[in-house]
Design a protein around this ligand. Structure first.
Ligand code: UD1
Length: 362
């Protein structure tokens, strides 16, 4: 790998920021000159600004201000803005994160200008091309020069697709770097009080929910069924659901209400982590939450047919439930009866993944 003088990091959406933070810190420690471009894909104060602040990241050097839109619109706008930005500041390397539209769009723009791209969280595959994230992963990995994988399955997927073995580095999970660093201060005290989840001796049993994937929230019948089941679970234990803006908008449009579920606005990273560590179980369709619960040893029910993070199932505490809300209720009963899934922490999910990336680069 060549010696790098300048790196531009590109981030756009909430799950990118937790991955950027450790990579940015590790590059700074090694004296790499770097700047951060925020595409503006996520723009709400709590989806973006508050989280950046909690993670100790500097204000992005540039905000492309792209905002919401159809996939093609969002992707195209990031490409146009990125091309313009790279015209005035050509780095040695662009580092991109995860699988959001901004990741793929920035990669395409950079590679066409002859700028090398490093992909953090490379190689993950759900095998499900109906997910926009899967398309973003395939395109980004095909074009990126350096592929930093979180787990062995990532290396295997890339090799199967014909990637150059010399471009692949298994570094571990950068999202877990951030979790390891911030867990000591994410005690959850304030959040447990706010949701009335404290009793005299400590946290009460509760379920924590996040759902925002199109396959769960864009179809009124499915979203209605999910809320019906969650309401039933809320008859057994408190259910806390910080609602993603996309889900909030669909609920409004379809006239679906929360019933006995405690709904809130999206939480910051520290607030959510503080709740997650104390949860009896988590119900989700998020990729990052599947990983965090595995690290924390909290049973996780994933409302998807597949996962691009299979180690959370084979090694960790994750169970794939699909779209079957009856199965979801049965699994919740099993967990409450003490038969929840236990697991261990995957290799190299040790809080030092970003250091490995920076060592490889510097
Ligand atoms: C994106 C990512 C997804 C990730 C998720 C985490 C893609 C293809 N998807 O999905 O992988 O899990 O972020 O949050 O990139 N909105 C706001 N405020 C915001 C951002 C979005 O109100 O700050 C609303 C808008 O109505 C928008 C909708 O949420 O249309 C969806 O946002 P978008 O960024 O397109 O995708 P996500 O569903 O958030």
């Amino acid at each position: 790998m060549p010696h790098l003088r300048t790196i531009v990091h590109v981030v756009g959406a909430r799950p990118n920021f937790m991955k950027l933070a450790p990579a940015h810190a590790a590059c700074a420690q090694r004296g790499v000159r770097q700047s951060v471009v925020h595409t503006g894909q996520h723009y709400d104060a709590v989806m973006s600004d508050a989280i950046l602040k909690e993670l100790g990241l500097p204000e992005p050097d540039v905000n492309l201000g792209v905002g919401s839109g159809s996939h093609a619109t969002q992707t195209a706008q990031v490409m146009v803005a990125m091309e313009e930005h790279l015209g005035s500041a050509t780095p040695d390397l662009l580092l991109v994160y995860g699988d959001v539209n901004s990741t793929m769009a920035a990669t395409v723009a950079a590679v066409k200008l002859g700028v090398d791209v490093g992909h953090v969280e490379a190689g993950l595959r759900s095998g499900d091309r109906s997910m926009p994230e899967e398309i973003n992963r395939l395109v980004t990995d095909r074009l990126a020069r350096w592929l930093f994988t979180p787990s062995r399955d990532g290396d295997e997927n890339l090799l199967k697709e014909g990637a150059d073995p010399a471009s692949i580095r298994m570094v571990g999970n950068v999202m877990i770097d951030t979790l390891v660093r911030l867990l000591p201060i994410a005690d959850g005290e304030r959040e447990l009080r706010a949701f009335a989840l404290q009793n005299g001796t400590g946290p009460r049993p509760f379920a924590l929910v996040t759902l925002h994937r199109p396959s769960n929230v864009d179809d009124p019948e499915m979203l209605g069924r999910l809320f019906g089941a969650l309401d039933g679970i809320a008859g057994q234990l408190p259910v806390v659901f910080p609602v993603h803006p996309r889900t909030r908008e669909r609920m409004r449009r379809f006239g679906i209400e929360g019933g006995r579920v405690s709904l809130s606005d999206p939480l910051t990273y520290l607030q959510f982590l503080g709740l997650q560590r104390h949860a009896t179980l988590v119900i989700t369709d998020s990729g990052g939450v599947q990983e965090e619960t595995t690290y924390l040893g909290v049973p996780c029910l994933t409302m998807r047919e597949n996962t691009e993070r299979p180690v959370t199932v084979t090694v960790g505490t994750n169970r794939l439930i699909g779209r079957d809300t009856g199965a979801m209720r049965r699994e919740v009963d099993a967990i409450l009866a003490g038969r929840g899934k236990t697991g261990s922490i995957p290799d190299l999910w040790d809080g030092r993944a970003a250091g490995r990336i920076a060592d490889a680069l510097a």
